[in-house]
Design a protein around this ligand. Structure first.
Ligand code: DX5
Ligand code: ZN
Length: 216
């Protein structure tokens, strides 16, 4: 499969959100990546349901929600009602991860599991067959515009191996510090979805940057 591009709305101009959503609609991007932060699991607060619902009203592509929050279970239903197609929770935030995955699936959404830079891929051994996506964090979650952590390349290869060995249908997404250099190396290692925030929105022509990432 040709890799997918998921621009992170976190880096868009919040005062011109509709304009930036239309840009993504008309671009070669595949998904909308939505970063929800609670100020507890990560040292930053982003946005919640009202913003997601406003995005959903205009977005014409898959809504990929990345939850950087503790106790995600109590909000899964509201995320489903707010328009999420895929929900990714953090391994480090879920003591009952299998239950959380079942809950996400019970609302007809796809379920992903994200791993912080310090968390080894092997922790997914017993859950890999139950999930639709592995999200390898290539920065410490919480902020856009951080420097890519090189070890993520090896983790993508590890995830690919685990998926092949287990017969899982999960796909591999990578989030943080993605640009044309890191992006092409990630795709080579087996990444199938690239999230890109600041590289897209800080560029002169974001839709051209999306095309460049797609055509790598
Ligand atoms: C970081 C978020 C990312 C962020 C990526 O916690 O999960 O999705 O927006 O931003 P860049 O591409 O600028 O690293
Ligand atoms: Zn993210």
């Amino acid at each position: 499969m040709k890799h997918l591009i998921a621009p992170s709305v976190l880096s868009c101009d919040f005062a011109n959100m509709q304009r930036d959503i239309e840009m993504i609609n008309e671009s070669n991007a595949d998904w909308f990546h939505i970063d929800v932060m609670d100020g507890v699991f990560v040292p930053n607060i982003s946005f919640g349901f009202p913003i997601l619902k406003a995005i959903k009203k205009h977005a014409k592509k898959t809504i990929d929600v990345h939850l950087m929050i503790v106790n995600p279970d109590q909000y899964i239903e509201e995320f489903a009602n707010s328009g999420a197609d895929i929900i990714t929770v953090h391994y480090e935030a879920c003591p009952h991860l299998h239950r959380t995955i079942q809950l996400i699936h019970s609302f007809g959404m796809k379920a992903g599991v994200a791993l912080n830079p310090h968390t080894d891929v092997s922790v997914l051994n017993s859950i890999i067959s139950d999930i639709d996506m592995v999200l390898i964090m290539s920065v410490n979650p919480g902020f856009g515009g951080q420097k890519f952590i090189e070890n993520a390349i090896k983790k993508v290869a590890d995830a690919k191996q685990l998926i092949e060995k287990s017969g899982s249908k999960a796909i591999i997404e990578v989030d943080g510090g993605v640009n044309l250099d890191t992006g092409s190396r990630l795709v080579e290692a087996g990444a199938q979805v690239l999230v890109a925030g600041s590289f897209v929105f800080n560029s002169e022509k974001p839709s051209d940057t999306i095309t460049a990432l797609k055509n790598m």
